[in-house]
Design a protein around this ligand. Sequence first.
Ligand code: F6R
Length: 337
Amino acid sequence: MNQIDLDDMHSMVKAFPEMLVSIQIPKETRDLCVKLREVGLRGICVIGMGGSSIAGQYIQALLRESATVPIINVHDSNLPAYVDNSWVTIAVSYSGNTEETLASHEEAKKRGCQTFVIASGGKLISDDKIMSCITLPSDYQPRAAFPLIFSAVLHLVECLIGRELTDLSMIRETLTKKVTQWEASSMAPKVMAEDFLYSVPVFIGSRHLSPVAYRAKCQINENAKAIAFSSEIPEANHNEIESFHGENDHSVLPVFLRSVFEGERLMQRFDITTEIYEEEGFRPIRISIGSSSRIEEALLMTYYLDMVSVELADLRGVNPISVDRIMKLKSSLKQTE
Ligand code: F6R
């Protein structure tokens, strides 16, 4: 972690595997989670915006089939009415100062929820009890801190629902090995980025790869300052498919994120959708990365697409670190307070 150049997005993205294993949940926090589980928590609400919110979406999708309580995500300044004092909230804000996250976190405290916070500093940390607080290392770009945030949220939620903690060190090994293989193949991130240079990618995933599609869209937006979209199957089969019409803009590039865990029906949906898009004149790309678990597959694909986004930034001649328009918006809103 010491060798990461925090002014260089390539360096931060490269450190993805290492970041995945660098946050430990303190024993007192784990004990608190066990206690909350024993008294019968009714739901888990992950609060966050932008780069700090995406980890919650991954965890919701990955634990969808094993969690015995609802896991929801809130990307706004208010909470649904049903989040009451039998719920746990996890407020994630890398800066610790994001308006919407602070507002929802305050609301959770007023309602008597057990609140946890994950931040590198700011009001969120200063304001909370140490036992329910996970402090991230400072000076990263929030979106580059994804592996840190992901591991913290995952382990916190696993403790809360009584699931064995995922061994992220094995996944870290695979990520490190894969990057060398990708570089030496036609899958090299730089080569893939060239496909996105003169097109608008639409990342299409399913189940645990839906948040990966959304993350890819956001990384292309923020790092490469390029327009991108995301959607998911099967939902896209009931609306978006109509827009992949021969007379529409063929510079739109469907990028199918394919899982080795697709059941037969889902596989057929993806294959037939691909055929229809091809018949209409589009040139879909398929990205598939073999893996032994869903969680590893989601992380491998995220790591890969994160690298593609910074390569695309280079090709477009833009600085992947700066987020001028986000900063401008935040500061204009601040002046109106
Ligand atoms: C910037 C980024 C943004 C922020 C978002 C919320 O790198 O990714 O999407 O994550 O503006 O700010 P934080 O993460 O500080 O709560």
